[in-house]
Write a protein that binds this ligand. Structure first.
Ligand code: FES
Length: 99
């Protein structure tokens, strides 16, 4: 059996995409969040972070600071500041996907 299921506490899978200009988009179910790609602690690559789909937080793969996906505010770990966030752009990140 693959993927989340009933009773797992993880109702959706998370998709993390790299966007142009050092941003990432995290999609959990029908919600999307855009954050800066680099952790404010020591520039860990959040595109490789772990997303908790229940708490809507992303954890940096380097030193495990976690950040709220909606606000970018740090919730645990050594980070001294928030990850910049921005309103979600077009679904394709504004790149203009070919039809
Ligand atoms: S680089 Fe992200 S917590 Fe250290």
């Amino acid at each position: 059996m693959s993927g989340p299921g009933p009773g797992t506490g993880q109702p959706h899978e998370a998709v993390v995409e790299a966007l142009p200009q050092e941003w990432i988009r995290v999609t959990v179910g029908d919600r999307s969040f855009e954050l800066a790609a680099a952790c404010p602690h020591r520039k860990g690559r959040l595109v490789h972070g772990f997303v908790n789909t229940r708490t809507l937080r992303i954890t940096c793969p380097l030193h495990r600071s976690s950040f709220d996906l909606a606000t970018g505010l740090p919730r645990s770990g050594p980070s001294c500041g928030p990850v910049p966030t921005r309103p979600c752009a077009q679904p394709d990140g504004g790149r203009g996907e070919p039809e």
